[in-house]
Write a protein that binds this ligand. Structure first.
Ligand SMILES: [Zn+2]
Length: 372
């Protein structure tokens, strides 16, 4: 009897704290306009062989083609299929009936990112312009919670993000486009110099620069929640450059791999940090319309979701028949951190992603995936 009380006490403490907070830190990464087709099937044969979209088809075939779909997707996304598929979850393979969609009607970037971060598929249409979002979002909300103040940051390639994330009305720092960094460490000074000297600046910063900004911030400041928004995939897809679109997807996979390696070898982040990776919209599925997206192009609402880290069961590629929406991401981020995101608007339910053995203990985490 003497022993039993401390044993029960320890069990309650550990199971409760795990249930409340499966992860201590979160990194959210988006890869703009990247289709589920490339994530789950690898390079698309019809586009890869098409010289209108690929300048050197034989070289691209050598790099990204394989007749076996499993090998083909591993070539394009080695980290996704060698690490996330073993230790995390990949949702959105529609060939298996596993659907991820945007719930908003518009299927372009601003409404897509707004849905991800506000947890709400707004009927209000805001086009892809520098217009302030009236809805509150999970990053801004977390930045106002005890323990998170000054510990949330966003680094984005697309210059519209300060408006989508409503930087103006709060304390959330959003570095986007070619905005200079405020810090004076040697890496920030170097990035600022490179940016300052570039003459071909447009609305989307080079992803490599955005990534270096984010990685440096992670290493120097150890935020608890960080958002990395990559954007070049969508730019090259709109231009019809399927080769560069593939190269940018491959590059994003390598950046995520490097970031995960840093996290897992850093004492602050090791084994307590979860990655959530997704996209803002899909694109057309055919040779004639893959370049575009929007509510008039079929396939534009089809997305995917990858997750890795504490609180995410190591179930790999999800094969169950289910429907998940992007508006569930915000509440999922909150649930992983053991908090409940609240706003004036209705928020999508968090996903059921906790490991099976913790599911019973984690009764405080709402576990809802809408069945089809
Ligand atoms: Zn686009």
């Amino acid at each position: 009897m003497k022993l039993l009380i401390p044993v029960i006490f320890i069990f309650i403490i550990s199971s409760t704290s795990f249930a409340q907070s499966p992860a201590k830190n979160i990194v959210i990464i988006t890869i703009d306009g990247t289709r589920w087709q490339e994530i789950f099937r690898g390079a698309d044969s019809a586009l890869l062989h098409n010289s209108s979209y690929v300048k050197d088809t034989s070289l691209m075939l050598q790099q990204y083609w394989h007749s076996d779909a499993g090998e083909r997707r591993r070539r394009l996304l080695p980290f996704f299929w060698q690490v996330i598929a073993q230790q995390g979850q990949l949702l959105g393979n529609r060939e298996l009936g596993n659907d991820v969609n945007v719930a908003n009607l518009y299927k372009i970037s601003y409404p897509g990112y707004s849905e991800i971060f506000t947890g709400y598929a707004d009927k209000l249409f805001i086009p892809n312009l520098a217009i302030n979002n009236p809805r509150s979002n999970i990053l801004q909300w977390l930045n106002n919670q005890p323990g998170y103040q000054g510990k949330v940051a966003a680094f984005c390639s697309w210059r519209v993000f300060p408006f989508i994330l409503d930087e103006k009305s709060g304390q959330l720092p959003v570095n986007a486009g070619y905005e200079a960094l405020d810090d004076d460490d040697s890496t920030s000074i170097l990035i600022n110099e490179v940016q300052h000297n570039m003459d071909d600046k447009n609305n989307t910063r080079h992803d490599m620069l955005t990534y270096e900004c984010a990685k440096n911030y992670l290493q120097q400041k150890h935020p608890r929640v960080m958002y990395l928004g990559l954007g070049e995939t969508d730019e090259f897809a709109h231009h019809g450059d399927y080769d560069t679109y593939l190269q940018k997807i491959h590059q994003a996979d390598a950046m995520i791999a490097e970031l995960w390696y840093f996290v897992q070898t850093d004492p602050f982040y090791k084994n307590n940090t979860t990655f959530i990776i997704t996209t803002d919209h899909g694109r057309g599925s055919r040779v004639g319309n893959w370049k575009s997206h929007g509510f008039w192009i079929k396939g534009s609402g089809q997305t995917w979701l990858a997750m890795l880290g504490p609180g995410v069961a190591a179930e790999g590629e999800s094969k169950s028949n289910q429907q998940v929406y992007q508006k569930q991401v915000a509440a999922t981020v909150a649930a992983l951190l053991g908090v409940q995101f609240t706003a004036r608007h209705h928020i999508g339910q968090p996903l059921a992603i906790v490991p099976v053995k913790e599911k019973e203990a984690a009764c405080e985490i709402p576990a809802v995936i809408v069945s089809r």
